[in-house]
Design a protein around this ligand. Structure first.
Ligand SMILES: [Zn+2]
Length: 309
């Protein structure tokens, strides 16, 4: 971190020295700050971590709102109309964004797709086949979107965001690069911790009610059995049957629910199955601090360890 401040300071000076020659000279100083809109929380964290205070970063999906069912508002259209850059996860997660971008009619808007170059996972064995495939097909038509939950793929996302910001704002290239290095080092460290700890529990199998962990499971040789694709308030009788069948079929170590949700049905189901119900954080909801990624991942690692032990 000690390296960061001098870099930021130097770049700031360079920018003000070289600005007058460019055609942008007539614009006011604050309009020179890059306006970036990120779709939802992890994209906001990664963008904010790379941009620091150099860009004005906004998030479209409020951090307490579920991204999967999000509907765009007129305010979102307005934000995109004024933005220089849009950062999105991709893989069909941000369905609401297509029409919103169209409606914003911003021809100068640059889009960064953070999952660019990542090979999407469709399904990972053993996974319960999705019975409602026809209904829900639009949600995952480009593969499972939850790539940010694998720290190694999160690094790729941060690199894509870094490259996009550097292209959109070349004057601050060095600072974006330095900020990205610092955040990527933290991601490498969390990956190292996951690897070191979870290699003791190969093929540890867990049931989730949100198909959010196939990338994480694949990375650390765990097995996710997703009974439900997207978190729901009520489990259907079919979901319950699928859970019981999965527990019979596989050596399931735990059931994972959503943090902060008191699901009484899941609780009694876990008691019936003699399995502990634990919260696992998909990080779609949380505070705006980019450091929260690491706090939440450390808690997830503890949860996985105590489940797989
Ligand atoms: Zn999700």
């Amino acid at each position: 971190m000690a390296l960061l401040l001098p870099v930021l300071a130097t770049t700031g000076c360079n920018q003000s020295n070289s600005a007058p020659v460019s055609p942008k000279a007539e614009s006011s100083p604050q309009s020179r700050q890059l306006k970036v809109v990120a779709t939802f929380l992890p994209m906001y964290w990664f963008t904010k971590a790379v941009s620091g205070d150099l860009a004005n970063v906004e998030v479209l999906v409020p951090p307490g709102t579920e991204v999967h069912e999000y509907q765009a508002t007129p305010k979102d259209v307005q934000a995109l109309a004024q933005a220089d850059v849009l950062v999105k996860n991709g893989f069909g997660l941000e369905e609401f964004i297509e029409n919103t971008v169209k409606n914003a009619q911003n021809t100068k808007l640059k889009e960064i797709e953070a999952s660019n170059g990542i090979k999407p996972l469709q399904e990972i064995s053993p996974v319960v086949k999705r019975a409602e495939k026809v209904d829900n097909d639009h949600n995952h038509k480009a593969g499972n979107p939850h790539v940010w939950l694998d720290p190694v793929l999160a690094i790729k996302q941060v690199e894509n965001i870094r490259d996009g910001l550097m292209a959109a704002d070349p004057a601050n290239k060095g600072a974006y690069q330095a900020n990205a290095i610092a955040y990527i080092q933290q991601l490498q460290e969390i990956d190292r911790q996951f690897k070191q700890s979870l290699q003791r529990y190969p093929n540890c199998t867990f049931v989730t009610f949100h198909d959010a962990y196939p990338y994480l499971a694949q990375r650390y040789q765990l097995k996710q059995v997703a009974v439900v694709e997207i978190p729901e308030d009520q489990l259907s009788p079919t979901d319950i049957q699928k859970t019981i069948a999965a527990v019979k079929q596989y050596k399931v170590k735990a059931l994972f629910g959503e943090p902060g949700v008191d699901n009484k049905l899941l609780k009694s189901l876990s008691q019936d199955l003699n399995l502990t119900l634990r919260p696992l954080d998909s990080m779609e909801i949380g505070p705006l601090d980019p450091q929260h990624y690491f706090t939440a991942m450390k808690t997830n690692l503890q949860t996985l360890e105590s489940a797989c032990r």
